[in-house]
Design a protein around this ligand. Sequence first.
Ligand code: GLY
Ligand code: MN
Ligand code: MN
Length: 525
Amino acid sequence: MSETTDTSTAPVEPELTETATDERDRNANRSTTPGSERFKDFISSGWAERDEALPPARAQAAYAAARRAAVSQAFPGQRLIIPAGDLKQRANDTEYPFRAHSAFAHLTGWGSDSEPGAVLVLEPEGGEGHLATVYFRERAGRDSDEFYANPAIGEFWIGPRPSLAHVAADLGVATRDIGEFDAVIDRVDTATLVLREADAALTERVDHARIRFAAEEALSTNAQDAPFSLEVGADHEPDGELARVCSELRLVKDDFEIAELRAAVEATSRGFTEVLSELPRITAEVRGERVIEGVFATRARLDGNDVGYGSIAAAGPHATILHWTRNDGPVVPGDLVLLDAGVEMDSYYTADITRTFPVNGTFSDVQRQVYEAVREAADAAFAIVRPGIVFREIHAAAMQVIARRTAEWGFLPVSAEESLDPSNQFHRRYMVHGTSHHLGLDVHDCAQARRDLYMDGVLEAGMVFTIEPGLYFQPDDLTVPEEFRGIGVRIEDDILVTADGAENLSAGIPRTADEVEAWVRQAQR
Ligand code: GLY
Ligand code: MN
Ligand code: MN
């Protein structure tokens, strides 16, 4: 038996004995861990007792329980399967960082420490209500070879995993090993619903199980019209209802969520100021936008889980590209930088904030003119926010200003009033995106909510959304004077609806042109 002394962290395979040739070939480029019984005995022993003390329930646990109760009430008697999702491959032997689905996080309270492949099951109970159980891959014992020989899930490779008892205490929910999830699949019937978008492989298993159940039902009842409308991989309308309910449940944030969003805004504010303090390095590098991205990402990793979405670090004419995330351009004094970035906390709640600032600390006249028009639009939108108004009115308020200013500057072929007519909308050439979206666990939160509750929805205290007007004059736009071309400005704030109005959670980050100039200069000292 040969022993390897390979100290690289390339994946290993347990040493092969009698193995098919193709498997030998596949593993030929991998080092192996020793497979002898004597080695296994040795590595399985000599470990200190683990600390098995159970944690108190985390702060989210009670909130997550209330959310599960709301979902339970919406689907009496139905089995509900809400997967976290699994690791996704980036390249050979390399995965993207794991991030659980937001519905799973919302209903379990499990955030950046959640386990890939976990599944929340709400099992209908005899009378009413549901029993919630989180299935996940339990920690392997020292007597298995998993902990040292499995690079994907072994403790030697990825660190310790929690025990079932630990997670049960932490989240305040029943837990079972994922191996027992097969029994859930065996119980799947046509009334079982799955949150389809979270885990394609698991959804396929549920689809197959539902079809099998329907076929068996048809056989046992001798039905002539078997209900074969079910299809693997096809959208299944009742599953959509589950996604909708999970999405709509997040439209109004509870106290825990609001506190996390405040913390995300705070961390994002720190990140923005740190970017400004690095301006000398940013302007010195050929790909200065990458420095901005990196400085902000460092803050996101220090204070939270990650950035909540790909940061947009757009200098000069890149600022006119709405989702510029390549971030590989230079940052030149005299230009503006549009930075749209947000820290996602360990709970997964994210900020979504944009500030646009002059690299040299002073707006040119035309830059300031555009900037202040955008701020006026943002302020006009914010001014109307209170419980009782309709969500889309916020966009309309911002558009009044955008149309008025662009008309005044002579960019529109018609008056502002005519442009605002739904059949015209010429001003939208310079701002093609919307003004607001809900914000929470997803940067674009509550995406499956019905229009009646979202776009046409009436605002309620506890809703959180962005206000983010902008003006973008493309470098080759011949409808605007040359000095406007290549200027892009967006101001994006995160807004909480309160009992009698609204709070701008990001008001503490400089917003007026004067404040922004002072902020840039201050950070350089
Ligand atoms: N960062 C994307 C957005 O503002 O919606
Ligand atoms: Mn946004
Ligand atoms: Mn944004």
